[in-house]
Design a protein around this ligand. Sequence first.
Ligand code: NAD
Length: 419
Amino acid sequence: MSLYHSPLYKDALAQLEMASEAMGADPNIIERLKYPKRAIQVSIPIRLDDGTVKTFEGFRVQHNMTLGPGKGGIRFHPHVDLSETTALAMLMTFKCALVGLPLGGAKGGIRVDPSQLSRQELQALTRRYATEIGPFVGPDKDIPAPDIGTDSQTMAWFMDTYSQINGYAAHGVVTGKPISVGGSLGRTAATGRGVAYCINFAYDRMDKAIDKNTTVAIHGFGKVGCPAAEDLADQGAKIVAVSDVSGAVYAEDGLPVPKLVEWIKNGNLLNQYPGLKQISNEELLALDVDILIPAAIDGVITSKNMETVKARLIAEGANGPLTKDAIDYLTKKNVFIIPDILCNAGGVIVSYFEWVQGLANFFWDEDEVNRRLHSILKKAFDDVMKKHTHYKVDMKKAAMIAALAKLEAAMKLRGLFPG
Ligand code: NAD
């Protein structure tokens, strides 16, 4: 299977090429950015609880490390493959550049359905994966973080494995760790909080404010979707629908967000939540709401269902939830789209804070984390709006141009090795 076959990779490449054309980027720089620096595939054999041995496929892709060590999540999902991981690593390169972090783009994952493994099996899987990719990661090389199907416990196992092998407590090897082993306050909620900040920046631009009449639907009520719902509900918005892989729940007058978050945290699925109207994920995406947050997986709004979307603002909480066709179509319909590399950058920004705090062994309080997060995202949002106006391009291309401009400058200064 080719490194470049996935729709997500083809979309990322198309975005890169169109942004480059719009801004007149150096073709030599674009040529380099089409390919990852390094793509690693590993086999991960583990002994299952029943005594049999099963082997899983794992990946780590480092797309570009001009600006600093690689940074990107680790995904445990049955659809993970090398091409999707490459596309996500590429998006990380642009995300880090866009928000001005001294980090490059990377991503990793294992092709597995984590819900089918016991805690012990998941620990074995994580530790063996960490061992296999161990030579290529580290605080100065590449720093993984949680993504779909992984969490702070996964990061603690990863950090412990790397530390056991290297003989010292290496806090800086991963971010998204539990607080007691070097995590940062505010990291768990950072991506969703960043989504809420970006929605507020967009509303400010439109001279609007979030209030009790603002309706919100969230596709994917996980690590990104839950805190985004909590923040927007705290501001008074009506969260009318949220979904997970099992389906969606709906309430015209607003859902009981804290109770639903608690339900999910206890490991339950939304289709088992009692007393609420159940709708399908497709119906959620087509709701007539002010704000739609696709925060589950990539490719959920495509040429097949884009005409059903009625939301006025779409905040891409997930990576690549809208295909290129859908972005073109909805932009023409005057839907305000906050692109993924900006909208969900809160996670990598606070991951960067976690890495910095770990290196300095000095930890900040949560207000400081949130203040700095807000300030970095605001600067990036304004930068994207400037590019949007200057180049007369959609928000997705504008974000890519803002990122590319920074990357291009750094890549030219560093030059091509060995020359
Ligand atoms: P998660 O596993 O915590 O949550 C994902 C949610 O989506 C769950 O509710 C799950 O049930 C649901 N889901 C999965 N497949 C679905 C499907 N086919 N249809 C409907 N719902 C489905 O994952 P997460 O960390 O919240 O990540 C969500 C997205 O955000 C991913 O695209 C991820 O790459 C991106 N992202 C996450 C972070 C982070 O800090 N966690 C940062 C940046 C981007």
